[in-house]
Design a protein around this ligand. Structure first.
Ligand code: FES
Ligand SMILES: [Fe+2]
Length: 439
């Protein structure tokens, strides 16, 4: 249960907000690289409640600037991409990538007014299919050496999807290991051979048990949470009838990402980034430890469920997420089809755009959520006290020494799950020992 003031504090990320201040200390996904692949490389971006324009100028360099022209407010998304910047079609004011106005061609000859005009602009970098923006002041932090950034471009596929709810709701489903046994329950198991590109459809670790069966048969995981240098690690243990233990390790990367296993071959790094307080995008990097990713297949699988250009899911609130009571009786727990993204979307959107947490009653399995909120509150307090260095992965700390994280499903003895993890993770990394050659 949480009062309105606390709920506002943790959910609002617009300019000037407390949690927004925390977000502005980290690189945030602003767009997929593929969004700039067309003949006109420019897209509107709404991020942390700010309206921006992302573009690649005629030298191929990326720029991210405020969307409203500072003259009389015209929309710079319709700007002319020329001369290393963006020119407003209304009166021709021209801005470079730093947001500086460099020319006002209709003003009297010799006028220097433009020198005093600058729009907001933010640094952007492209990493393995995602363009990240840093919306804070000062020097941006370095990127940690996570696998999704270290992997060659051939081994990472990136995609995104729109959810119409506050980012915290979206994140909280990702740090709740208990829901997989219910929300994503399949009453029949598919052949794990057909699992490519899908989550929870592979075999559990190296056993012959489909993950769907394991999650269905063992719905009461014992969950523990450990604080880490990048956020936190969640460990869900399921004691199996054969005396073995299934351990599933997932991670929270501060402030708004999760890192989870997708299959034996792939892991997912997923950011839940606020568009504004009532909408967010999930951005995922699917990283393969083994073979290059079949990007065409993975994109086609996802485009069947999303429309462009806004990556909105085709199943959504307006069509009841495709809910079918017959399917719910015999095939899936939700009756909303086989795509687990739709299940998660329903779970996070149905409490309303900003869930009123006064109405919640957390249980023991919500330990990750409780811990995360404390971390966010601590970060807000530290920033208010001028102690930005206390934030996880803050600039100035040795961010480049942060590896992994390790997210994996494994099976071994109850009292040796840490060793089981290490052995399984080392085995799967055999195929990628040369990744550091890239960074
Ligand atoms: S409104 Fe943009 S130049 Fe006048
Ligand atoms: Fe889920």
């Amino acid at each position: 249960m949480m009062g309105q003031e606390q709920n506002d504090l943790l959910t609002q990320t617009g300019p000037g907000s407390s949690a927004g201040g925390v977000f502005r200390h980290y690189w945030q996904p602003a767009a997929l690289s593929e969004e700039l692949k067309g003949p006109r490389p420019l897209v509107p971006v709404r991020l942390l409640g700010e309206d921006l324009v992302l573009f690649r100028d005629n030298t191929g360099t990326l720029g991210l600037v405020a969307r409203a022209c500072p003259h009389r407010g015209a929309d710079l998304c319709y700007g002319r991409l020329e001369d290393d910047g963006l020119r407003c079609p209304f009166h021709g004011w021209h801005f470079d990538r730093s947001g500086q106005c460099v020319e006002q061609p209709g003003e009297p000859e010799g006028s220097t007014t433009h020198e005093r005009i600058r729009i907001n602009s933010y640094p952007v970098v492209e990493r393995n299919g995602i363009i990240f923006a840093y919306m804070g002041s000062g020097e941006p932090p370095e990127f940690p050496k996570f696998d999704c950034f270290r992997a060659p471009e051939t081994h990472v596929f990136a995609f995104k999807g729109l959810w119409q709810c506050n980012w915290l709701q979206a994140l909280e489903v990702g740090i709740d290991p208990a829901h997989a046994s219910f929300l994503h329950r399949f009453l029949e198991d598919e052949d794990p051979q057909d699992s490519y590109g899908k989550q929870f459809r592979d075999k559990a670790a190296d056993t012959g048990i489909p993950m769907t069966k394991l999650l269905r048969d063992y719905p009461r995981p014992e969950i523990t949470v450990e604080e880490t240098e990048y956020g936190m690690r969640l460990i869900a243990l399921r004691s199996l009838d054969n005396g073995q233990t299934h351990v599933r390790v997932t991670n929270q990367i501060f402030p708004c990402a999760i890192h989870i296993p997708m299959s034996r071959e792939m892991v997912i790094t997923q950011w839940h980034v606020p568009i504004d307080d009532e909408n967010c995008y999930w951005y995922s990097m699917f990283t393969s430890f083994k073979n290059p990713v079949d990007k065409e297949l993975m994109r086609a699988q996802r485009l069947k469920e999303h429309r462009l250009p806004d990556y909105a899911p085709l199943r959504n609130k307006s069509n009841n997420y495709g809910y079918d009571p017959e399917e719910q009786a015999v095939k899936t727990f939700t009756g909303m089809g086989l795509d687990i993204n739709v299940h998660d979307q329903w779970a996070v959107e149905s409490p309303g755009p900003i869930f009123n947490r006064r109405n919640e009653h957390l249980g023991k399995t919500d330990v990750g959520i409780i811990k995360y909120r404390r971390m966010l509150r601590d970060a807000i307090e530290n920033l208010a006290a001028g102690n930005a260095a206390a934030l996880p992965m803050s600039s100035g700390s040795d961010v480049r020494s942060i590896l992994g994280p390790v997210s994996i499903d494994a099976i071994g003895p109850w009292d040796a799950w840490r060793e089981t993890l290490e052995i399984s993770d080392t085995a799967r990394r055999q195929a990628c020992i040369d990744w550091d050659a890239k960074v």
